[in-house]
Design a protein around this ligand. Structure first.
Ligand code: UDP
Length: 239
């Protein structure tokens, strides 16, 4: 245990639902503000932070398919929804004094920067937060895969998977009072037991590139920073 961050450069992955709060749909400004404060603490601790946000709070491709949309169009809509969440995070971060750049996997020139790897690294070296929007830019993928891909490209030391609970359990802790939390898991444990942490392609990509995944609750105040210091509750997935 130490008060210094154990990881110099991290990618935070948040599902769209993490930004929804108590609402049934959309973006909760209060939650976005709170998450921005969590990120600010980590930036001020000296870690470099990049971010991938999903879009389950606005639009998921598969939901579109279920209501009759073609998969590729539905996924394009899902990716565009991640841009909305990314802009909301940028806004909240900049309101509290953290310089932030949004880079989109497909160009939306008048709204944000295009994804350029070297530029993203430079931003982080200057203490800016980089939000990677539009997932991988390809349909048939998820923002979990985008998170693992960008973490590998950015040479991140860890993927921080912010969820609603404080780690990975053997059952849903909200439904089963006897659910037990894992302190550590191997990538293969997650894949073999089909644990719902991140999708299988994201886990495989993290495994191939030897990037640990730290699963923790984004809703507990100070927890993002504490997990990076080794003092906050989490589950670590590594080999
Ligand atoms: N998406 C996509 N390609 C990507 C990332 C995302 O097509 O590389 C689309 C897909 O339709 C997905 C939606 O964007 O359902 C939102 O992403 P995701 O479901 O991963 O969001 P989360 O579950 O993390 O909120």
């Amino acid at each position: 245990m130490t008060s210094e961050p154990q990881y110099k450069r991290v990618l935070l992955k948040l599902s769209g639902e993490a930004l929804m709060g108590e609402q049934d749909y959309g973006i909760s400004p209060d939650v976005v503000k709170r998450v921005a404060e969590e990120i600010k603490t980590v930036v001020e601790m000296g870690s470099q932070v990049c971010l991938v946000v999903g879009a389950g709070n606005i639009f998921r491709g598969m939901t579109g398919v279920a209501s009759g949309f073609d998969r590729t169009s539905a996924d394009h809509m899902g990716m565009l929804a991640t841009v909305m969440n990314s802009l909301a995070m940028q806004n909240a971060l900049e309101q509290i004094g953290i310089d932030t750049r949004v880079q989109s996997a497909f160009p939306i020139a008048s709204v944000c920067e295009p994804y350029i790897r070297r530029k993203a690294i430079r931003h982080m070296e200057k203490g800016r937060v980089v939000v990677f929007a539009a997932g991988t830019g390809n349909p048939f993928f998820t923002t979990d895969s985008a998170a693992a891909l960008r973490a590998a490209e950015m040479n991140c030391d860890a993927i921080m998977k912010g969820t609603q609970v404080d780690g990975v359990y053997n059952a849903d802790p909200k439904l089963d009072p006897n659910a037990v939390k894992y302190d550590t898991l191997s990538y293969m444990d997650v894949l073999k037991n089909d644990l719902k942490v991140m999708d299988a392609s994201a886990i495989s990509l993290a495994r191939e590139n030897n990037i640990p995944i730290l699963v923790f609750s984004i809703h507990e105040h100070g927890n993002f920073a504490n997990v990076l210091k080794g003092t906050g509750p989490h589950t670590k997935i590594c080999d």
